[in-house]
Design a protein around this ligand. Structure first.
Ligand SMILES: C[S@@+](CC[C@H](N)C(=O)[O-])C[C@H]1O[C@@H](n2cnc3c(N)ncnc32)[C@H](O)[C@@H]1O
Length: 212
C-alpha cells in the first residue's frame, strides 16, 4: 500500500463509500468499538483516517472531535457529515504516519479500518500512542490475520493481490503491528460476523496502571 495509490483509490471510493459501508455488517461493531472508549463530554478524541465520517454519529455530544485523512475526497464528505450532524469537528488533511499534533493531546484515538490501509501501520499506531495522554485509550476496529498467525494462507495471499488494489490489505498481523510498542490490551474480541475483524481496546500506561 502507498499513499499515492491510497489517494487515487479513495478518491474513486469516496462517492460510493457510505453506501458500501452501509451494506457491510459493520454497524454494531463500529458502535461497540466507540462505546468501549466510554467517551465523556469535554474529552478530546482523534479519528485517524476519518474517511467519510462514518464514526462521527457515534461520538457522544460534547466530545471535542479532531480527524485526519489523506484523501481530500473522503475528507470533504466527512465535513459534510459533521455539518449534517451539527457537530463541530476539526477535520484536516494529513498522514497517519506523521500526525500534525503535539504529544499527549487526546483522551482517545479511534482507528477504524485504517491499520489495514495505511502504509507502515506500525508508525500509524506509534503516532496514535504518542498523541494520547497517559491513561488514554485507542479503539481499533479492523481485519487482521488470526491472532498469533504471522503467515497468511495461499488463498489469503492470492485474494490480497486484489484487495490491495481496492485499497485494503487483509494479511496484516496486529501482533506484528503492535509488537514492542508501549500499551496494554484491555480487550480484544472477534466480531460476530467474522473472526478476522476484531475490536481491540488499548491503553497507554499511566505510571503502571490503565483504568478500565
Ligand atoms: C477504509 S477507509 C476507513 C475510513 C473510516 N475510518 C471508516 O471506518 O469508515 C480508510 C481511510 O484511510 C485513509 N488513508 C489512507 N492512507 C492514509 C494515510 N497515510 N494517512 C491518513 N489516512 C489515510 C483513506 O483515505 C480512507 O479514508
Amino acid at each position: 500500500m502507498t499513499n499515492q495509490w491510497n489517494r487515487i483509490i479513495y478518491a474513486f471510493w469516496a462517492p460510493i463509500y457510505d453506501r458500501m459501508v452501509a451494506m457491510a455488517p459493520f454497524g454494531a461493531a463500529r458502535r461497540r468499538t466507540i462505546e468501549a472508549l466510554k467517551l465523556k463530554p469535554g474529552q478530546k478524541v482523534l479519528l485517524i483516517g476519518v474517511g467519510t465520517g462514518a464514526d462521527l454519529p457515534l461520538v457522544p455530544e460534547g466530545v471535542e472531535i479532531a480527524g485526519i485523512d489523506l484523501s481530500d475526497a473522503m475528507l470533504s464528505r466527512a465535513r459534510r457529515t459533521a455539518g449534517q450532524l451539527g457537530k463541530v469537528a476539526n477535520l484536516r488533511q494529513g498522514d497517519a504516519r506523521s500526525l500534525p499534533f503535539a504529544d499527549r493531546q487526546f483522551d482517545a484515538v479511534i482507528l477504524t479500518l485504517i491499520l489495514s490501509v495505511v502504509p507502515e501501520p506500525r508508525r500509524c499506531l506509534a503516532e496514535a500512542l504518542r498523541v494520547l495522554r497517559p491513561g488514554g485509550h485507542v479503539a481499533v476496529f479492523d481485519k487482521f490475520l488470526p491472532a498469533g498467525k504471522r503467515r497468511p494462507s495461499c488463498l489469503r495471499r492470492i485474494l490480497n493481490i486484489l484487495t490491495r488494489v481496492f485499497g485494503t490489505d487483509i494479511n496484516r498481523s496486529f501482533e506484528e503491528i503492535a509488537g514492542g510498542q508501549k500499551y496494554e490490551v484491555l480487550s480484544d474480541e472477534p466480531t460476530p460476523f467474522s473472526s478476522s475483524y476484531r475490536i481491540i481496546l488499548l491503553c497507554v500506561p499511566k505510571a503502571s496502571e490503565c483504568p478500565a
